[in-house]
Design a protein around this ligand. Structure first.
Ligand SMILES: *[C@@H]1O[C@H](CO)[C@@H](O)[C@H](O)[C@H]1NC(C)=O
Ligand SMILES: *[C@@H]1O[C@H](CO)[C@@H](O)[C@H](O)[C@H]1NC(C)=O
Length: 423
C-alpha cells in the first residue's frame, strides 16, 4: 500500500537590496585574504540593454509568447515564478493548466511525486465542488487508462483512499508547457477530507522513487524538456496571522535561486535517502539544553502544515511548553497567545549551521487563537512503516511552520537541500 500523511487537511481549524549578479557573501567572519575587487557597476543604460537582450534570448529559448512583466523579469534570471496563495498558513497552492484551457488550483507537496486532479468522471459531491478535468475538451489529451490509487493516512489511523486512472496531457506551470505529462484523474474522492480545502488537486515535487505507478513526475519532464536552466526549485513562503486567505502567499521558483530573497549563503545538506526530500539534522534542541534528538532523520514537506515530531520528542516539547492533553483540540495543542513571547526557541543544526525558530514562528496564530506548531502522527497504537521501509514513528516532518522563516532550495541534480534565512 502506498500512503502518505497529510496532517494539514486534518487541522480542523476552518480556519532590494537589488543584488544583481551578486553571489552570497560568507566572508564577514572570515579573515580577509586575497581579495579581488569586482567591478560590477555598469552604467545604467548598459545594464538595461543587457537585461533586455538576455530577456529576449531567454524568451526565445523558452518559447514564452505571452508572459507578464513579472515573468519576463524572472526569465532574465533563467527561472520562472509560480505565485503562491496561502490559506491560513496551512496550505500553499498555485495554479496550473491542463490541456490548453482547463485551470486548476493545486497544492504543492514535496513529500509525494504524482500530479492528480478530479475527473469529470467523478460524479460525487466531493468532486462536483472542485474543478474537474474533462479530456474531451483537450486536443492534446492522450489516453492511458492504468488504474491509480493513493492512500492518505490520517491522524486517527483512518485510511482515506483516492482512486482513478492515468491520463496524459500538456501541463502548464508558470507559463512553461510540460508536454506529455502523465497524471491521475480521480474518479473516487472521499467526502470531508478535501471539502474544506482551497485546492482541486495535488502537485507532487518528490522524486520518482516514490511516484505511484512509477509515473515520471512533472519536474522531471520540465527539466528534460529544458524549460528551466538549472534542475532546482525553491520555496519562499509568506506567513500571515490574520487568519485569512492571502493571495500573496510567496513564491515557488523553478530554476536558479534568487539571492535577493535570502541573506548570506545557502547552507547545503545532502539527502540521506532519495524519494522524499530527506536529510539528517545533526541535532534539534528546544531552549538552551533540551536535546530532542541527535542525527535526526527529517523530511521537508511544503504539503504539511506543522512540524511532525516522533512521539517521545512531542511529549518532551509539550512538557517544556507547559501543554497538556487538556489543551488538545482537533489533534493540535492550543495555548493563550499571551504566552508565546515567554516560550523558548528551537534550534535545528543542519549542515553545521544553526537554524533557529523563535516561538512566534513555531506557534501558528489565527487572529487570537494560538496553536503549537508541533504534532505527532504516532499515538503508539499503530505501526507506522510504509512499503519502502520508512519508519514514520522516528522521522521528523518539517512542514510550513519550519519553512516559514527560511528560503529553501531543492536541488534535484545534486540531491541536496539548501537553506538560508529569508529576506
Ligand atoms: C501509462 O502510464 C504508465 C506510467 O507512465 C506507463 O508505464 C504505461 O506504459 C502507460 N500505459 C499506456 C497504455 O500508455
Ligand atoms: C494578510 O492577508 C490579508 C488578506 O489577503 C492581506 O490584506 C494582508 O495584507 C496580509 N498581511 C500580511 C502581513 O501579509
Amino acid at each position: 500500500m502506498h500512503w502518505k500523511w497529510m496532517p494539514n487537511l486534518l487541522l480542523g481549524l476552518a480556519l532590494l537590496q537589488l543584488l544583481l549578479f551578486s553571489a552570497c557573501v560568507e566572508g564577514r567572519r572570515r579573515k580577509r585574504g586575497h581579495q579581488v575587487q569586482l567591478k560590477r557597476q555598469k552604467n545604467r543604460e548598459d545594464s538595461l540593454k543587457y537585461l533586455q537582450y538576455e530577456t529576449t534570448a531567454l524568451r526565445a529559448k523558452f518559447g514564452l509568447k505571452t508572459v507578464s512583466a513579472l515573468q519576463i523579469m524572472s526569465a532574465s534570471k533563467g527561472n520562472a515564478e509560480v505565485p503562491l496563495g496561502n490559506a491560513y498558513n496551512t496550505e500553499y497552492y498555485g495554479s496550473i493548466k491542463i490541456g490548453s484551457s482547463q485551470t486548476f488550483k493545486i497544492l504543492f507537496d514535496t513529500a509525494s511525486s504524482n500530479l492528480w486532479v478530479p475527473s469529470v468522471q467523478c460524479p460525487a459531491d466531493s468532486c462536483l465542488q472542485l474543478q474537474r478535468y474533462d479530456s474531451s475538451l483537450s486536443s492534446s489529451y492522450v489516453a492511458n487508462g492504468s488504474a491509480f490509487e493513493i492512500q492518505y493516512a490520517t491522524r486517527n489511523n483512518q485510511a482515506t483512499i483516492l482512486k482513478g486512472f492515468l491520463s496524459t496531457d500538456t501541463v502548464e506551470l508558470a507559463g512553461l508547457s510540460i508536454k506529455g505529462q502523465t497524471f491521475a484523474e480521480i474518479t473516487s474522492l472521499p467526502p470531508d477530507v478535501f471539502s474544506r480545502s482551497n485546492f482541486d488537486g495535488i502537485f507532487g515535487l518528490g522524486f520518482q522513487q516514490i511516484s505511484i505507478g512509477d509515473v515520471k513526475p512533472p519536474m522531471y519532464n520540465l527539466i528534460e524538456q529544458e524549460l528551466i536552466s538549472q534542475p532546482t526549485f525553491s520555496f519562499y513562503l509568506n506567513r500571515n496571522n490574520t487568519g485569512s486567505i492571502d493571495s500573496n502567499g510567496g513564491t515557488l521558483l523553478l530554476g536558479p535561486s534568487d539571492p535577493t530573497l535570502y541573506s548570506g549563503c545557502l547552507t547545503y545538506v545532502p539527502l540521506s535517502k532519495v524519494g522524499y526530500w530527506q536529510f539528517t539534522v545533526a541535532s534539534i534542541v528546544l531552549g538552551s539544553s533540551n536535546k530532542l534528538c541527535s542525527k535526526c532523520e527529517a523530511i521537508v514537506d511544503v504539503g504539511t502544515s506543522l512540524i511532525v515530531a516522533p512521539r517521545a520528542a512531542l511529549q518532551s516539547i509539550n512538557a517544556q511548553l507547559g501543554l497538556t492533553e487538556a489543551d488538545k483540540r482537533d489533534g493540535v495543542y492550543t495555548l493563550p497567545c499571551s504566552r508565546v513571547s515567554t516560550l523558548p526557541s528551537i534550534t535545528f543544526n543542519i549542515g553545521r549551521r544553526d537554524f533557529v525558530l523563535p516561538p512566534a514562528s513555531y506557534v501558528v496564530q489565527y487572529k487570537d487563537v494560538c496553536v503549537s506548531g508541533f504534532t505527532s502522527l504516532d499515538d503508539g497504537s499503530a505501526e507506522l512503516t510504509d512499503d519502502r521501509g520508512t519508519d514514520y514513528a522516528n522521522i521528523w516532518v518539517l512542514g510550513d511552520v519550519f519553512m516559514g522563516p527560511f528560503y529553501m532550495e531543492f536541488d534535484m541534480e545534486y540531491k541536496r537541500v539548501g537553506i538560508a534565512p529569508k529576506i
